[in-house]
Ligand binder design. Structure first.
Ligand code: XMP
Length: 513
């Protein structure tokens, strides 16, 4: 087993980033909400350290989240970040001061005392602050190790107890030596020896799945996307002909996608690959629906209904395998039941209705996207499949803001195909993490030849990212933009305007809905 770092989420917008940064150090970690500490401890017997995240509350508020005694009883190193630090301070009877002004943004810290946490970094460091409260007086036996320029306590520690606290955010890019600080905590304080290796993950997973799925029938939803493809190949390795792959064509796929997916999967899984054309059902259910969350919910539910029907046909199915990844779980809060603000309901997260009597298996649920691609390589999945840009479960429905119908879907498929083919031909596709077109619910006036046009506007979206949790818009050069726009408008008569979406995530999300 790996040595695991437990991250306790107190609702910070940066909790996922902490997990990401720990994983980048090749250390396995898990995130649990603050109200599930007991569960976190009972389910993981290999914990080597704890990180307490930041959070939007003030420890001085009466009902603010508390630091569980159970965590302290483990007697393993603890690092509190921002709210986490203040919880430590409060628990050990230090004093917290409340600032009127929230300190937010860049700050400079000066190291005041030698600390293992700060080994290998300079005396003066740029850091990122985001807090209202600060430590007025550290608890007894806790030493101040750094101060900001305005003399706010930036870090404290108690070496005997192995407890450390930072007022700033080491996980954020703007904290210049943040990676080094986290690495010191993991390697020099938690003394992590066994690093997280995908080969180990794979061999352990295979042993686990062999045992769990022995003699069981499994259905797996495949979409042609990386996550479900890797899931199905992985399960197939142990379950062979007991695995049935179901491909639901919801009519919201990309141009020609349905045919291509069918070809590839039929070859791998033979008669155990089942394609269901449910497009009429989905389009009917989505008729006149404008609200993005409603669309997502309808699609998610209809998906499950179609699966249920198919599962009954196969008979005696025990499991449904899903390609859920770790960020999907953290982002879909009702499932996670944690404090992090809800962004979107991912349609592949959330479990199945009880009546289905199917157990769920999600072999990738601890991994990030880039790790899944790596795993796919180890499973010898065709590079073309692995390097495809991610495609969301709700498909084109969330790329047509507002009401959708077959006509709009057809326009979007054709425009998107022109855009993506251009990126592939110019060899730019591989430099972009995800690219697609959004069909806007707006028509505008244009002029084509001598004629007035009144047609749809589309927006092209292309982002670079590591795992979709944060993203930057891709900067096209003018020639490419000109070519893309020309091709779209010349070939698609229903479109007369092409916009370029240059919003990063955050503050935007990658998809429009
Ligand atoms: P957002 O729009 O939240 O998207 O920035 C982040 C990544 O997740 C994909 N996405 C989804 N994938 N089911 C999925 O399987 C969903 O419901 C879903 N919603 C968004 C999105 O395409 C991007 O890669």
């Amino acid at each position: 087993m790996n040595e695991t770092i437990l991250i306790i989420d107190y609702g910070s917008q940066y909790t996922q980033l902490i997990a990401r940064k720990v994983r980048e150090q090749k250390v396995f970690c898990i995130v649990y909400p603050y109200n599930k500490c007991k569960e976190a401890i009972s389910k993981n017997d290999d914990l080597s350290g704890i990180i307490l995240s930041g959070g939007p509350n003030s420890v001085k508020e009466k009902n603010s989240p508390k630091l569980s005694k159970k965590l302290l009883e483990l007697n393993i190193p603890i690092l509190g970040i921002c709210y986490g630090l203040q919880l430590i301070c409060k628990k050990f009877n230090g004093k917290i001061g409340q600032s009127k002004l929230r300190e937010y943004g860049h700050a400079e810290i000066n190291l005041k005392k030698k600390s293992v946490l700060f080994e290998g970094i300079k005396k003066v460091n740029q850091v990122w602050m985001s807090h209202g409260d600060h430590i007025h007086k550290p608890p007894k036996n806790f030493y101040v190790t750094s101060l900001t320029n305005s003399n706010v306590i930036a870090s404290i520690e108690n070496i005997q107890k192995n407890i450390y606290g930072l007022q700033f955010h080491p996980e954020v890019y703007h904290t210049k030596n943040g990676v080094k600080i986290l690495s010191n905590f993991l390697n020099k304080i938690c003394l992590i020896k066994k690093k997280f290796k995908l080969e180990n993950f794979l061999s352990n997973k295979i042993i686990f799945l062999k045992d769990k799925l022995k003699g069981k029938k499994i259905i797996c939803g495949v979409s042609g996307g990386v996550d479900s493809t890797v899931t199905s190949y992985l399960i197939h390795k142990v379950a062979k002909n007991n695995l049935y792959c179901i491909f639901v064509d919801h009519g919201l796929l990309r141009f020609n996608e349905s045919i291509e997916v069918e070809k590839i999967f039929k070859k791998k899984f033979g008669n155990n690959f089942i394609k269901v054309d449910a497009s009429n059902l989905f389009i009917k259910k989505l008729k006149k629906i404008k609200d993005p969350e409603k669309k997502r919910k309808i699609i998610g539910k209809t998906f499950i209904d179609v699966f249920e029907k198919e599962a009954k046909r196969i008979k005696n199915v025990d499991y449904l395998a899903q390609g859920t990844l770790y960020p999907d779980i953290i982002e879909s809060v009702p499932f996670f039941e944690g404090p992090t603000a809800k962004i979107k309901s991912h349609h592949n997260v959330g479990g199945l209705p009880k009546r289905m009597n199917l157990k769920i298996i999600e072999p990738l649920k601890d991994l990030f996207k880039d790790e899944v691609r790596e795993l796919g390589k180890k499973l010898k999945i065709n590079n073309k499949l692995l390097n495809r840009h991610p495609f969301p479960g709700p498909g084109l429905a969330i790329r047509i803001p507002g009401e959708i119908d077959r006509k709009k879907i057809n326009i979007l498929q054709r425009v998107d195909n022109i855009f993506i083919s251009y990126l592939k031909n110019k060899n730019i596709y591989k430099d972009i993490w995800q690219a697609f077109v959004v069909l806007l619910p707006v028509k505008s006036v244009g002029v084509m030849g001598d004629e007035r046009s009144y047609s749809y506007a589309v927006s092209i979206r292309a982002v670079t990212s590591v795992d979709g949790m944060t993203a930057d818009f891709y900067m096209f050069n003018k020639n490419d933009l000109t070519e893309i726009s020309k091709k779209i408008i010349n070939q698609i008569k229903e479109v007369n305007r092409v916009l370029y979406d240059f919003t990063s995530k955050p503050p935007g999300t990658i998809e429009w809905e």
